[in-house]
Design a protein around this ligand. Structure first.
Ligand SMILES: *Cc1c(COP(=O)(O)O)cnc(C)c1O
Length: 453
């Protein structure tokens, strides 16, 4: 297998691979790490050096790398069938997985539309919500209520309902308009609450005002439940999501929850919505669904939405959307085995002490002079670094403080990737307490080294 040298691999990568969200001029000057193997929570490079996977390979990994049972499920499926289409045919694995997803999803979400990634799952959600309104005889309901700082993916519809300026500004001329509500960013509250303790949830009042004014022209509301991931691990105040559900009901808006990052155990429950007993009308899942093995996504909805698309062929109520690799059997087989492991490993139970340990470690981290805020939701956390803690003044983004911390952490055998000046902690859910300590020790040392303390 390993017939190429590290030098060859680096050279070909630099010569040909255009990396996502990467300034390639910088990349070409670096000596990139080339990952060739994985083992549990560890990634191993072409020189044999090991790195703890602190971001679960872009928030997808659940049971560790090269987990025996998942590898076997994949190998068994590939010898039966690698792919057949859902256009005109049903599939064994996609049927079983849909049945299983309907069972574990919030009640009533029993209709499963497959696609390939988080962005497509959100495109599907947005188009489904709008076409639903058309079928209700309300084609004027074409807009969406969204949140500042939200992230729903990088395709144009997903970008349109997102709210991160640095990613989205360039593409504004290509995007559709939305009604944007304030973010629940307690540390930097636009509405001048004095932090989470004195939070009056004025953001909810602002949201309601927007709904009162615009709901008649809106199909639905789009939200990342409990935590805005890519926006910087911004955690909502408790009770917020439940109130959003109530407001959606009052203003007759479809509630679309994007559980792409939060789904499959990340928050300590199978889905984030469960923490507040919320049942959305449409739910998008992807990242953790196949435990980080293969790209697959699903958009789940209820009978009310699904039923609106039923009609005579000539009525053209069909949902005109689909992707080539929809319901891929290999990905579905791994996803099914992953759900079995959740049960046989009692994963949701066993992740609780790790959530508690992470909380302790973050509490200590918060004392560092350049840590402005720490935020946690289950096994997802953000550590926001600031130049001046008293004034909450951020480091100028050009200094790349977050990036420098993560580069430094490699010396301690840790791979992480920041969101601006927020250092992210998002390890595979199977991480051991010792490995979690190793991760937090390494990040702490690098934060001290880079922020000069
Ligand atoms: C990552 C992410 C997406 C986009 O998923 P891709 O698979 O990268 O297209 C959408 N929503 C949320 C909340 C995400 O974290």
């Amino acid at each position: 297998m390993n017939t190429y040298t590290s030098e060859q691999l680096r050279a070909w990568d630099k010569r040909h691979v255009w990396h996502p969200f990467t300034q390639m001029q910088d990349w070409e000057k670096e000596e990139p790490i080339v990952i060739t193997r994985g083992e549990g929570c560890w990634l191993i490079d072409s020189d044999g050096k090991r790195y703890l996977d602190g971001v679960a390979s872009m928030w997808t990994n659940v049971h560790g790398h090269c987990r025996k049972e998942l590898n076997e499920a994949l190998k068994a499926q590939v010898d039966r069938l690698e792919h057949s289409t859902l256009l005109g045919l049903a599939g064994e694995q996609s049927a079983v997985l849909a049945h299983k997803l309907a069972e574990i999803a919030p009640p009533g979400l029993e209709r499963v539309f497959y696609s390939d990634n988080g962005s497509t799952a959100m495109e599907v959600a947005v188009k489904m919500a709008y076409q639903f309104q058309v079928h209700q005889g309300r084609p004027e309901r074409s807009r969406f209520i969204t949140f500042k700082n939200a992230y729903h993916g990088d395709t144009l519809g997903a970008v349109s309902v997102g709210g991160i300026d640095i990613y989205h500004t360039t593409f504004r001329p290509l995007m559709f308009e939305t009604i944007q509500a304030p973010a629940t960013y307690c540390y930097r509250c636009e509405l001048k609450c004095e932090g989470p303790a004195a939070c009056g949830m004025h953001c909810l009042d602002a949201l309601e005002t927007l709904m009162a004014g615009h709901a008649a022209g809106c199909a639905g509301l789009v939200i990342e439940p409990l935590i805005q991931g890519a926006g910087g691990m911004i955690v909502q105040p408790p009770g917020f999501l439940k109130r959003v559900r109530e407001l959606c009901d009052r203003y007759d808006l479809l509630m679309i929850t994007d559980e792409v990052a939060t789904g499959f155990g990340r928050t300590g429950r199978m889905f984030a919505c469960e923490h507040e007993g919320v049942v959305p009308d449409i739910m998008a899942v992807s990242k953790g669904i196949a435990a980080g093995y293969l790209p697959i996504a699903a958009t789940l909805t209820n009978e009310r939405v699904y039923g609106a698309f039923l009609g005579e062929y000539a009525e053209l109520k069909t949902f005109f959307h689909g992707h080539t690799f929809t319901g891929n059997p290999l990905a579905c087989a791994v996803a099914l085995k992953s759900l079995e492991l959740f049960e046989s490993d009692r994963l949701l139970e066993r992740v609780q002490p790790k959530i508690a340990r992470l909380a302790e470690r973050l509490e200590n981290m918060a004392m560092l002079p350049h840590v402005g805020d720490v935020r946690q939701c289950g096994m997802a956390a953000g550590i926001e670094l600031v130049e001046d803690k008293g004034a909450r003044r951020p480091y100028p983004w050009e200094l790349k403080t977050g990036v420098r911390v993560c580069i430094d952490a490699r010396r301690h055998g840790i791979f992480s990737r920041p969101l601006g000046n927020t250092v992210v902690v998002f390890p595979p859910l199977v991480i051991s307490l010792d490995e979690l300590d190793l991760l937090m020790d390494g990040l702490e040392r690098s934060i001290r080294a880079v922020t000069g303390d």
